[in-house]
Design a protein around this ligand. Structure first.
Ligand SMILES: *Cc1c(COP(=O)(O)O)cnc(C)c1O
Ligand SMILES: [Zn+2]
Length: 484
């Protein structure tokens, strides 16, 4: 198999409903089950054909593609056969998504934490979050669909906690005709950086009062009655693209995943759905040596999935929660649309991997922000949701949930700079009381001001004064007498 040839294999994808088990063809632009409104997932009905190739042969194929010169295979579609093997090469949109680095915690950080772990930096995707993985797949599918059905115009729309709209607007801007992009945001509930992204990409940006869950209900109503493509993570094509995270983690660890503990923040629960589904596919094709353990992380301010799984199996009851402000703002969701998928996958996962293979951990706001600050002080670029994963790791260690031979991979779902406003609030002690965060002096870092005591007319005098000031602040002793 040539790494520079587009794969020949074509699957046959269909949507299947987690509510009523009905199936629909992949060329229907479906968002939810037309019959019972439940969530859908996509599956390849020819998946078993992939088993004709052994696990180790698949490893070689995917490993070889790491150095492909084919743009269509350089991103998430390195794993084409596992993602959306109905698309043609010309459909695939590649903006540099995927292949994000797994950065091991430094020795001192590891010692401090008491466990071996790494961050996978999803902020190094083109729009600076993991959402690009799903959007690359969704927009590739839309291109395929427009081509196949000869559509002259297609309106792509999403509600967002910030990053979905940034990714949607970016891919929409690149693809252009016949796709037009609209995003709906909760007013004041996305960071200025996140708002600047869809604006900069030229999307139509709508803001409304309320929280994400309100925006979500609006676009869902819209999609029911109007001809639009809804690109929220309920969209199964996005889930397929986001599975690439699991494939990359496995590949990076040379397909040995049994000892991995994968930490994922849960918001709308699309990401954890995709990651679990991805590991299950690898396992089924014998590409990996087993399943890693999955640890979902939720803030106590937005914890419906934690609440559900923290109860004994026979008394579990699904109940959305009303969210409180959270620094893990991108995961501040009280009624995750992908919850039925998580429940369905968790069952499979536990069946294959044992009772402890899937768990959800709850963490406090204070722990989230301080974990982020701690991580970044050790050379990471973790966002608040990355902090949430580290806080969950700390909790798991404290509760004795981990084995000593395990290795934790934490998902830093976005780049730190998208959430720098929360760092600023911490440093300036500026949090509204509802966050329940009390900044500690030891984590603060403020700029020191060099205050001019007089006006310098001469540049070199200013430079000399400045050097002496800096030396004074640093407590440096002079090694050389000043010339002149
Ligand atoms: C969307 C998002 C999440 C939550 O992911 P879900 O798929 O909604 O669970 C977490 N972190 C960041 C940075 C995000 O953009
Ligand atoms: Zn249904």
């Amino acid at each position: 198999m040539n790494k520079d040839h587009f794969p020949e294999y074509r699957g046959k994808l269909e949507y299947f409903c987690l509510g009523c088990n009905n199936v629909w063809p992949a060329d229907d632009l479906l968002y939810a089950c037309p019959k019972c409104k439940s969530v859908l997932l996509l599956r390849d009905t020819r998946f078993n054909e992939l088993k004709k190739i052994t696990g180790s042969e698949w490893q070689s194929i995917f490993d070889a593609r790491q150095s492909t010169h084919l743009p269509a295979l350089r991103g998430i579609f390195r794993f084409y056969e596992l993602i959306a093997p109905i698309l043609d090469e010309k459909d695939i949109v590649y903006l540099g998504e995927g292949s994000t680095p797994v950065i091991e915690a430094s020795e001192s950080f590891r010692e401090k934490t008491g466990f071996r772990f790494a961050f996978k930096n999803e902020g190094q995707n083109p729009s600076a979050s993991f959402k690009d993985r799903g959007m690359a797949c969704a927009f590739s599918y839309l291109r395929w669909l427009c081509r196949k059905k000869d559509l002259k115009t297609l309106l792509a729309i999403c509600a967002s906690t910030g990053d979905t709209s940034a990714a949607c607007a970016l891919y929409g801007a690149y693809v252009g005709q016949p796709i037009k992009t609209v995003v709906l945001l909760p007013q004041g509930k996305v960071t200025p950086q996140q708002l600047s992204q869809p604006l900069g990409s030229g999307a139509l940006v709508l803001e409304m009062p309320g929280v994400f869950d309100d925006c979500m209900r609006v676009v869902e109503n819209l999609a029911e009655a109007f001809p639009v493509a809804l690109l929220n993570s309920k969209n199964s094509w996005r889930i397929l693209g986001q599975e690439s995270y699991a494939y990359e983690v496995a590949q990076w660890h040379r397909w040995k995943v049994k000892n991995l503990a994968i930490f994922v923040p849960i918001g709308n629960a699309g990401n954890i759905t995709a990651i679990m589904n991805g590991f299950l596919k690898l396992h089924e094709l014998n590409i990996t040596d087993g399943l890693p353990r999955i640890f979902g992380a939720q803030s106590s301010h937005a914890n419906p999935v934690f609440k559900y799984f923290s109860r004994p199996e026979n008394s579990r009851q699904w109940k959305p929660v009303k969210v409180k402000p959270s620094v893990a703002q991108a995961a501040m969701i009280g009624n995750p649309v992908s919850f039925p998928r998580v429940r369905w996958l968790a069952e499979k996962y536990v069946e294959l991997g044992g009772e402890k293979a899937f768990q959800v951990i709850q963490v406090e706001e204070q722990a989230i922000i301080e974990a982020m600050l701690e991580a970044n002080r050790h050379g990471h670029i973790a966002c608040t949701q990355g902090g949430e994963c580290l806080a969950a790791l700390n909790t798991a260690i404290a509760q004795g949930l981990l084995e000593s031979d395990e290795y934790a991979v934490l998902d830093s779902t976005a780049h730190a700079i998208k959430f720098s406003g929360f760092q600023e609030k911490y440093f300036n002690n500026d949090f509204e009381s509802a966050y329940e965060i009390k900044p500690q002096q030891k984590y603060k870092n403020d700029p020191h001001q060099l205050t001019l005591e007089k006006t310098f007319t001469n540049e070199s005098e200013l430079a000399e004064w400045g050097a002496n000031e800096v030396a004074r602040i640093l407590g440096l002793a002079r090694t050389k007498q000043q010339a002149g």
